[in-house]
Design a binder for this molecule. Structure first.
Ligand code: ARG
Length: 467
């Protein structure tokens, strides 16, 4: 086998040019400082491509064997952190190709037959993202399971439910946690749906128009575990919708986590005093000795900003790009990588933090008892006795004002006084005015009655197990 070494400073495309690029251009256009992360997927994609070339009679069998051997060595070097990445070689694709050629000679130079970096990079990013989605989905499930455990433990724990951040009706803390379970369940569905469109093979599109070689794209798709090939070569190399979809799903995940975090922060202030967060998730102040700050949820809330930023970055990146590949696309990687890292770190921490939430049930109950949270129950009670709802609403509103003037709760007003607002009120009213009575009465699918919360947890566990 003939071996023609190429000097490292020579670009793969330098034959066309009379002078090398300037140092500044080299630094500006290189993606190796970040796209080295694609290396395992680049190798995986190259091996599938090489096997296809060999099967199609385009690449000699001994070249394939050399490529497989060379790639195995390169992979081991990269994994061991011994691979020398070169800025001169611009990106991960050319770094690996050059290392291969240095090892195995001309067989390495034949690898790029019928392929372009345009379909290569699109394939690498899709393989990388599919893997990232699978890791994120697993972590989402861990966080969901932690929410279910907490919900089950607090299926009976009363807290005030809020609208407008004003006490509205009693709910159980378990019910409140299940609301977040539902949000994360939708997030998981969205990611799984996005994964289907990530999981298509661009290879074979070559630079933009396809290739003159008798390639077998279906074989490569199967080798790489893709569900199908991208149908149109121009679309295959220029499409980044799948990345935008991932970022949109990620932004929504962080939006949900931000809302959860905001509640934890609020509940942890002594003004609420509903929860305490284990010390290992909080930090102190360098000046105020009394402080215990909920830094972790605050930071989770803050991470939403960068996720939203990444989504807008990619939407803007694609807007106005003519078909097909443009160098602009190189800018897709850093937002994607950072988004995946942020999601992985945040979800892993969330799953760990949820069991560290200590519920202060007494404070929650006191707050629920303070805000006339059972006023609607009294109105419903009057409706059941035949009063039109609008009149019932009116009567109860007057009762609330009276209680407020006396600084007491509705349940503290005597029966005679209550009857002053409606003669329909009888002995049985006090069961309706209690927090437990109010909860138990919301006894239907999706309601906050403790029995319903327990049933919802059981159904949710089944859903989670079914994937
Ligand atoms: N580093 C490039 C990227 O990330 C690889 C594709 C380069 N293709 C090209 N025609 N210059 O997009």
């Amino acid at each position: 086998m003939q071996n023609n070494p190429t000097p490292p400073e020579t670009k793969a495309w330098s034959g066309r040019f009379s002078e090398p690029v300037s140092e500044r251009v080299k630094r500006y256009t290189a993606s190796i400082p970040f796209d080295w992360r694609l290396a395992p997927f680049d190798i995986q994609g190259s091996l599938a491509h090489a096997r296809m070339l060999e099967r199609a009679g385009i690449l000699p069998a001994e070249d394939l064997a050399a490529i497989e051997r060379g790639m195995a060595e390169i992979r081991a070097e990269i994994e061991a952190g011994r691979f020398g990445w070169s800025l001169d070689l611009e990106d991960v694709h050319m770094n690996i190709e050059r290392a291969l050629t240095e090892r195995i000679g001309d067989a390495g130079k034949r690898l790029h037959t019928g392929r372009s970096r345009n379909d290569q990079v699109a394939t690498d990013v899709r393989l990388w993202l599919r893997d990232a989605i699978d890791r994120i989905l697993a972590l989402l499930r861990q966080a969901q399971a932690a929410l279910l455990d907490l919900a089950e433990r607090h299926a009976d724990t009363v807290m005030p439910g809020f609208t407008h951040l004003q006490v509205a009706m009693p709910v159980t803390f378990g019910h409140h946690m299940l609301a977040y379970f539902e949000m994360l369940a939708r997030d998981a569905e969205r990611l799984a749906d996005c994964r289907r469109r990530v999981n298509r093979l661009p290879l074979g599109a070559a630079a933009l128009a396809g290739t003159t070689f008798p390639i077998d794209r279906e074989y490569v798709a199967r080798e790489l575990g893709f569900e199908a090939v991208c149908e149109n070569s121009l679309d295959a190399v220029s499409d980044r919708d799948f990345a935008i979809e991932f970022l949109a799903a990620g932004a929504l995940i962080l939006t949900h986590l931000s809302r959860f975090s905001e509640e934890l922060v609020l509940w942890m202030t002594p003004r609420f005093g509903f929860i305490d967060l284990a010390d290992r998730f909080c930090t102190g102040s360098s000046i105020m000795p009394q402080k215990k700050n909920p830094d972790v949820p605050e930071l989770m809330r803050g991470k939403t900003g960068r996720m939203n930023g990444h989504l807008v970055a990619l939407l803007t990146l694609m807007k106005g790009q003519p078909l097909a590949y443009n160098k602009d696309n190189q800018e897709d990687k850093e937002p994607l990588f950072d988004a995946a890292d942020t999601l992985v770190d945040t979800l892993a921490l969330l799953a760990e933090m949820i069991p560290g939430i200590r519920v202060k049930a007494e404070a929650m109950r006191r707050a629920a008892a303070e805000g006339y949270a059972t006023a609607t129950d009294l109105a419903d009670y009057l409706v059941k006795k035949g009063l039109p709802f609008r009149e019932a609403h009116e009567a109860v509103a007057r009762a609330v004002r009276a209680a407020e003037a006396q600084g007491c709760d509705l349940a503290d007003l005597g029966l005679e006084e209550l009857r002053g607002f409606s003669a329909l009120i009888a002995e049985d009213v006090h069961a309706v005015l209690t927090l437990e009575g109010s909860l138990a009465a919301r006894d239907h699918i999706g309601g906050t009655a403790p029995e319903q919360v327990r049933a919802a947890v059981a159904r949710a566990r089944q859903r989670l197990a079914a994937g």
